[in-house]
Design a protein around this ligand. Structure first.
Ligand SMILES: N=C(N)NCCCC[C@H](N)C(=O)O
Ligand SMILES: O=C(O)CCC(=O)C(=O)O
Ligand SMILES: [Fe+2]
Length: 403
């Protein structure tokens, strides 16, 4: 494990971030770039090639594939330009957008490198997470997640359930904080302040800085995805995800032998799709346990690659793209060593109405493949299922214990 000092650090804010640091409204110049780069530009950049990957981009092959590995995309050139109104004819930017389009169509998963988040911060986040999970149980439950905490805080092993089966991980869940009453009865169950542990002492500062930077990085990647879909760069801004109801899960996967036998199941996290727009996973550097399912039903490994985040598409992007992009099933297998992973979910606005974009419908037969969803309803449905399942499992466990 990398040694990181616990000294309090001040969040540096090189960029303005939603919900933690106020962002200035987009300038007139930014607003004007709507139609750039042109779809023509994108399509001609794809159609000159005949490789299978590029054929996906122009719709010659059926969507999805039996991918055997997750593509890696270097976004460094793209990051510098994606907020620049003159980006329209930039070749490097168009190339990254083409790669994003291929990856979203083929796998729904990709690694990003050259993302600009300092390596030291990426490590510090994992290190603080691992220090917290190393604490005795009594310490960890001081920030226990309950309905009263707005489902924010610490969940112990087996409390999270996927498809009725307890997951072999512990976690801290954080959500974007919202003003009481802002989203009425729908938002009320998730109202509350995030619960931060006292130890390690830099925990809150490090996490808030990280959330701020990952929110901005995600917004930029979503501008690229909007262009890849053939839409305006700000398609996911404003009412859609301009006020993202982000989620962060700090996760620890113990080795099976450290879990009481009667509690054990065979997965760290059962097969699922993510709920929102885009997930960025900061994986343990050493352990390969994340797996992604391809169209043939094979589980393809997404091993850690230092200096990258694993990105994947959520259910709401599948709807907005009218199925052009899929939210791919993935799972985490039990690992031979304690594994830490930090997932940042960049989600739509809590009250975003999600329905297929016209520009995506035009590419997919002209009719909507999905009905309209409200993101907060989708999320509340998930949370409700998870938590009713938790109660049932705990009752069962108590029964086992007393039998
Ligand atoms: N916000 C997200 N995506 N959280 C990821 C957890 C997914 C697993 C969960 N047990 C489930 O069944 O959904
Ligand atoms: O632990 C991981 O690598 C991924 C976790 C995940 O898929 C999730 O929390 O949604
Ligand atoms: Fe996931």
């Amino acid at each position: 494990m990398i040694r990181v000092s616990d000294e309090g650090r001040q969040p540096q804010s090189p960029v303005a971030c939603e919900s933690l640091c106020p962002r200035p409204p987009p300038s007139a110049a930014t607003r004007e770039q709507k139609r750039l780069p042109s779809r023509q530009g994108l399509e001609s950049s794809s159609s000159i090639s005949s490789s299978p990957a590029q054929a996906f981009a122009i719709g010659l092959l059926p969507m999805g594939s039996d991918f055997q590995a997750i593509p890696i995309i270097d976004i460094s050139a793209f990051l510098e330009k994606i907020d620049d109104p003159r980006m329209g004819d930039d070749k490097e930017l168009l190339e990254v957008i083409r790669q994003l389009d291929d990856a979203c169509k083929e796998a729904g998963f990709f690694y990003v490198k050259g993302h600009g988040i300092p390596d030291s911060l990426v490590k510090e986040v994992k290190d603080a997470t691992s220090k917290f999970f190393n604490l005795p149980y009594e310490e960890k439950v001081k920030i226990k997640m309950t309905p009263a905490s707005g489902y924010r805080g610490y969940q112990e092993v087996a409390e999270n359930v996927t498809l009725g089966k307890p997951d072999m991980h512990e976690a801290i869940d954080c959500y974007r904080e919202m003003e009481a009453g802002k989203y009425g009865a729908l938002g009320q169950p998730l109202e509350g302040s995030n619960l931060w542990p006292d130890y390690p002492s830099n925990f809150k500062v490090v996490m808030e800085e990280y959330i701020c930077l990952l929110g901005d990085l995600s917004r930029k990647i979503m501008r690229g995805i909007a262009l890849a879909l053939g839409g305006p760069p700000d398609a996911f801004e404003g009412d859609r995800a301009g006020d993202s109801f982000w989620v962060m899960r700090l996760i620890g996967y113990p080795v099976l032998s450290d879990i009481p036998e009667m509690q054990r199941t065979d997965t760290g996290c059962g097969a699922h799709t993510d709920y929102g727009l885009l997930t960025l996973v900061n994986q343990d550097d050493e352990i390969s346990a994340l797996q992604v399912r391809n169209r043939s039903g094979e589980w393809i490994s997404a091993p850690p690659i230092p200096g990258t985040f694993v990105c994947n598409i959520g259910d709401m992007l599948k709807i907005w793209s009218n199925g052009l992009y899929e939210s791919t099933l993935h799972r985490v297998i039990n690992s031979p060593k304690y594994r830490v992973s930090v997932a940042f979910f960049y989600e739509p606005n809590f009250d975003a109405a999600v329905e297929p974009f016209d520009f995506c419908m035009q590419k997919t037969g002209g009719t909507p493949k999905f009905g309209k969803a409200v993101y907060g309803e989708h999320l509340a449905g998930k949370a409700e299922n998870l938590h009713s399942a938790v109660r049932i499992d705990l009752v069962d466990l108590e029964r086992c214990k007393s039998a």
